[in-house]
Design a protein around this ligand. Sequence first.
Ligand SMILES: Nc1ncnc2c1ncn2[C@@H]1O[C@H](COP(=O)(O)OP(=O)(O)OP(=O)(O)O)[C@@H](O)[C@H]1O
Length: 260
Amino acid sequence: MRPADGPAIETDGLTKRYGETTAVSELTMTVDRGTVYGFLGPNGAGKTTTMRMLTTLTRPTSGTARVAGHSITDRESVTPHIGYLPEEPPVYDELTGREQLEYAAGLRDIPEAEAAERIDALLERFDLRADAAKRIEDYSKGMRQKVGVIQAVLHEPDVAFLDEPTSGLDPRAARTMRETIADLADREMTILLSTHILPVVDELADEIGVIHDGRLVAEDDPERLKTRAETGDTRSLEDAFLEITRDPTDEGRTRERAAE
Ligand SMILES: Nc1ncnc2c1ncn2[C@@H]1O[C@H](COP(=O)(O)OP(=O)(O)OP(=O)(O)O)[C@@H](O)[C@H]1O
């Protein structure tokens, strides 16, 4: 069954604790279908933990979430609809790039001829075709990253979770990645995009959520997030991010800098 027309991602009070640490606290958010949602936050804010819960890899301590219309407690129903690029792409060193992608296509039950066509097109797009017969152990970080993202979207999932997709990529490959993400969104794929490279989010995201200490502290479209509530002036996304995620103890330092 094609999931009903609800949001692509919907969470309600999603919480994950590891002992004393609350990695994600009462996260309630909605991501509309076919949109790119920029998921921002400082190191340790809870982004990866959220993605791991939404991709059914980690169970929440409390709260609920639905992805592509299915509860994340129903792993078998959710997984066919999602793709995940974790921080470290899950690839086998002993396989060639093409074998890795064929293996991923097999796990996803993509018919062979269709898989070959999609793999060729994506290898070509990411300028990886000439290296497709080399073993992944001989790949650079960027080449591994390319294989990781191709296998995350090969089965054309409804929702793709991409953790730092431009990590390790040279400027040309990073541009290809951005164009690919924009294309996928045009084809109604929903993308939860986590990255520290703010211009990428600025360019691609329809909506941005900022998570800090496990809590969603801001959520808006990029233009509104950049507009100062007090003055109506526009600031950069970086300025907005730093202000939103500033610890109160930093306040004195920030004021000192402003006075310089
Ligand atoms: N398996 C785990 N066991 C214990 N604590 C964990 C575990 N995974 C994450 N944490 C803690 O949960 C918090 C959130 O971590 P998480 O990896 O989700 O952050 P992040 O926003 O993805 O950070 P980064 O930008 O650095 O990747 C951190 O305090 C982290 O130490």
